[in-house]
Ligand binder design. Structure first.
Ligand code: ADP
Length: 334
């Protein structure tokens, strides 16, 4: 696993649960999403009905699971958590749906990976609070409609584009989560430091925030790594110098690039003259899976303005060349 992967590493989840914001007011950043969600929840509460189904869309580590839990907490309702890949058989989903209590929140992470039969069952459940249970097999099979409790589905996806139209249409509200500004990540870090009892100085927070790729999960992870360093090699307090020295040990550079990101840029620039080159070829060159390069490295390299995705392949920008200490050719995109 990698320090800069936005996906939770195994074993990291306990730490995460202590750092998770519990209420909307504690949720840092994403002002638009917070305001929109606040209205959706308050409107529903006033009407005494469950709110519309909510789709949370955005890259991993930005707080989708946290928000789903917050929605349940704000509504004062229980939450049941599952994921698209876990719902391979429609029967599993039918069992979950028929066990829901009134107003419960059902959270389906990675909802774009849900199997087709389960997805079709979800349409009816979302629309009419009903499931059709098929009894028997072959020509004698009958389907029995079963009423389920009104509930709110919260779906999370890192790929809103791969959701089918009919599924997307059944969500009343979609929240688009954006990468966090550095100031917001500083707030996330300060909050986490207080919870974990870390003496985090403002310049230390700024240093870590700037290298966290706009992602709270990564900010919290880097904070834990820097704390180790501060406790072992320093007096425990985290200032700019300590953060810099610690992150050097972990190969995280000033822009938050790690070894794999730099390998990708390096291959793109040195082996392929800056591109264009296909992502699969690039992945082979750095010895990684295509999906890792595509879903973990590229989103941030694109956002940081170092890599451009073009119809003909990936291209290094002038910034990528200069970040590697090289002079960009005149036709490199700016
Ligand atoms: P996702 O489901 O999008 O992958 P999570 O909700 O699991 O993201 O968030 C990952 C971690 O990042 C959480 O445990 C939490 O500590 C932290 N986090 C995410 N968003 C925020 C936020 N807005 N404020 C404070 N901490 C956050």
């Amino acid at each position: 696993w990698r320090d800069l992967s936005p996906v939770a590493n195994p074993g990291e989840r306990d730490d995460e649960s202590s750092l998770r914001p519990r209420r909307l007011a504690e949720f840092v950043g994403q002002p638009r999403v917070r305001e929109q969600l606040q209205l959706v929840l308050e409107g529903a509460t006033r009407r005494g009905a469950p709110p519309d189904h909510v789709l949370l869309s955005g890259p991993p580590g930005l707080g989708k699971t946290s928000l789903a839990m917050i929605i349940a907490a704000e509504l004062g309702r229980p939450i049941r958590i599952t994921s698209g890949p876990a719902l391979e058989r429609a029967g599993d989903l039918a069992a979950m749906l028929s066990n829901l209590v009134d107003g419960e929140v059902m959270f389906i992470d990675e909802i774009h990976r849900i199997a087709r039969p389960a997805e079709e069952m979800l349409y009816l459940a979302m629309e009419d609070f009903r499931v059709d249970v098929v009894v028997g097999k072959g020509p004698g099979a009958t389907s029995i409609p079963l009423e389920i409790a009104p509930f709110t589905l919260v779906g999370a996806t890192t790929r809103a584009g791969s959701l089918t139209g009919p599924l997307r249409d059944r969500f009343g509200f979609t929240a688009h989560m954006e990468f966090y500004a550095a100031e917001d990540l500083e707030l996330v870090l300060r909050r986490s430091a207080t919870i974990l009892g870390i003496d985090l100085r403002p310049d230390g927070a700024a240093e870590i925030a700037g290298r966290s790729r706009g992602t709270p999960r990564i900010a919290n992870r880097l904070l834990r790594r820097v704390r180790d360093y501060a406790e072992v090699r320093g007096d425990g307090s985290v200032d700019r110098e300590t953060a810099r020295a610690a992150l050097k040990v972990y190969d995280v550079d000033e822009l938050g690039l790690d070894r794999l990101d730099r390998a990708v840029l390096d291959a793109l620039v040195r082996s392929f003259g800056g591109g264009p080159v296909g992502v699969a070829t690039l992945a082979v060159a750095v010895g990684e899976e295509t999906t890792t390069v595509e879903e973990v490295c590229e989103p941030y390299l694109v956002r940081a303005g170092m890599l451009a995705r073009t119809p003909r392949g990936r291209v290094a920008t002038a910034l990528a060349w200069s970040h590697l200490g090289l002079t960009a050719p005149t036709d490199a995109p700016g």
